[in-house]
Design a protein around this ligand. Structure first.
Ligand code: NI
Length: 169
């Protein structure tokens, strides 16, 4: 397993649209293992392939307290969404240190392949539902700060660019 570098906003590669995974093979299973290792290493609850510069429809999630319930969603598609939406505070491994409110469906059903290539439907609410919607946005090239006002987004962009410049020294 390898820890992969995570792209940081406003990296333009975060806006690429992912294409479907063609086959759940050893290459994909290695990517899944690396993405899980990367997510746990970064103390995140979700990671999309887009964030590690792989533009294929694959996300990993673990919202459990014990960090022992990995969920792998390959080629995820929302098949049902609740009528109700609520504002939730979100963060993102690609936008470190920034948290803000985004409106999401309260509950979703998502059809996806698992790491064995089996199709199943996951019924999610609460934090898991929010996380699934956030990660699926990444696959469409969308970062959560794009839901915020242009003023807020520009402030975040400036802050991120400054942080990244300082990190490089
Ligand atoms: Ni994110």
């Amino acid at each position: 397993m390898a820890i992969l570098p995570i792209l940081c906003y406003p990296d333009p590669r975060l806006h690429k649209v992912a294409r479907p995974v063609q086959a759940v093979d050893d290459r994909i299973r290695t990517l899944v293992a690396d993405m899980l290792a990367t997510m746990y290493d970064a103390h995140g609850i979700g990671l999309a392939a887009t964030q590690v510069d792989v533009h294929e429809r694959l996300v990993v999630i673990d919202v459990s307290e014990e960090r022992d319930q990995p969920l792998v969603l390959i080629n995820p598609e929302l098949v049902w969404t609740s009528a109700e939406k609520h504002l939730n505070e979100e963060g993102c491994l690609s936008v470190p240190g920034i948290y803000d409110g985004v409106e999401r469906f309260d509950a979703v059903h998502v059809r996806a392949l698992d790491a064995q290539g089996q199709s199943r439907v996951v019924e999610a609410d609460g934090l898991l539902a929010v996380c699934i919607q956030h990660e699926m946005d990444h696959l469409m090239g969308k970062v959560f700060v794009e839901y915020l006002s242009p003023l807020k987004r520009n402030r975040i962009k400036t802050k991120m660019v400054k942080q990244q410049r300082e990190a490089r020294g």
